[in-house]
Design a protein around this ligand. Sequence first.
Ligand code: ZN
Length: 134
Amino acid sequence: MKILKIDHLGIAVNSIDDGKNFWSDVLGLKFEGAETVETQKVTTAFFPVGESEVELLESTAPDGPVAKFIEKKGTGFQHVAFRVANIEEALQELKDKGIQLIDQQPRIGAGGAKIAFLHPKATGGVLVELCERS
Ligand code: ZN
C-alpha cells in the first residue's frame, strides 16, 4: 500500500460553531464550510493546514458514531486519516494481513472521498481512516 500523506486529523466536538471559536478564530485556520454526511449521522467541517487538514466532527443524532465516541471518551482527537493512492488495494492488503476493519469496502465520505476505517483493536487503540481522493 502506498500512503501519500496525513490527509486530516479528525476531532470530535459537541458543536462545530463552538469548535470554530478555537480552530478558526484563535488559530486563524480558514473555515471552508460544513457538510452533513447523513449515512454517518455527522456534520463535518474542514480547516486546511498546509498539506493536511483538521476535520471537526459533530454528531447529528444521539446514536451516531461520533456521539457514541464522545459518550465513551469525551470530545477531542478522534481519528487520523491517511491518504492512499488506491484504497481498494490498501484494504485488500490489510485483509490479507489479518487486520480487523470497520469498513470492508470503501464508502463515500465528506467531499466525495472514498474512505474506510480500520478497527482500533487492530491499531493499538487509534482509529485510523484511509481515504482516496481523485
Ligand atoms: Zn475523517
